[in-house]
Design a protein around this ligand. Structure first.
Ligand code: GAR
Length: 195
């Protein structure tokens, strides 16, 4: 069973979906750690309820990104984590983690990248008057939502959609699509790089 950590800054509904998929056998991963940069993230409550250890840190208490990423790395290594799944982690990953987990950090983003990268992607699509948006799963590189795309799912924007209804639609799609794609990635990588 591959050991994975999920990074989340907020509500953590995708963290929950990943944990649920791992519990039901849809995702062959042991979710060994939650990493969060926000003490009040509801994701941390979810981890507690699931009995999953959490590493919660305060970025402002560190002088540099490298300094807090070194601590994250120690926590990941202590748990034997092989994969990092970002699920609403609203920070760029720095060289410390990118080098340690090359091609093993995956991100979920609520748009059809390269359209609407960065924050508030759902609102960006609405504001642009787009008739379609979607979700993307991609490997993480040093840029903002720029890494190689692994899989995408389009979602139409209806005239009647509001920001809330579209966000809800996207979340619902993410909760099944992300764990499904993560499982495919783990399987594929196992074939290429047996570990
Ligand atoms: C998700 O919609 C995810 O795609 C998005 O944050 C949300 C987190 O929701 N990620 C990004 O925007 C990354 N750039 P959750 O906390 O309920 O899982």
């Amino acid at each position: 069973m591959k050991k994975a950590a999920v990074f989340a800054s907020g509500n953590g509904s995708n963290f929950q979906a990943i944990v649920d998929a791992a519990k039901s056998g849809g995702l062959a991963a042991d979710i060994s750690l939650l990493v969060s940069d926000r003490e009040k993230a509801y994701a941390a409550e979810r981890a507690k309820a699931e009995g999953i250890p959490a590493f919660v840190f305060h970025p402002k208490q560190y002088e540099t990104k490298a300094a807090f990423e070194r601590e994250i790395l120690s926590a990941l290594k202590a748990k034997g984590v092989e994969w990092i799944f970002l699920a609403g982690y609203m920070r760029l990953i720095g060289p410390t983690l990118l080098e340690a987990y090359e091609q093993r950090i995956v991100n979920l983003h609520p748009s059809l990248l390269p359209a609407f990268p960065g924050k508030d992607a759902v609102k960006q699509a609405m504001d642009a008057g787009a008739t379609e948006t979607g979700i993307s799963v991609h490997f993480v590189d040093a840029g903002m939502d720029t890494g190689p795309i692994i899989a995408q799912k389009p979602i139409s924007i209806e005239k009647s959609d509001t920001l809330d209804s579209l966000t809800e639609k996207i979340h619902r799609a993410e909760h099944s699509f992300y764990p499904y794609v993560l499982q495919k990635i783990i399987e594929e990588k196992a074939k290429v790089v047996p570990k």
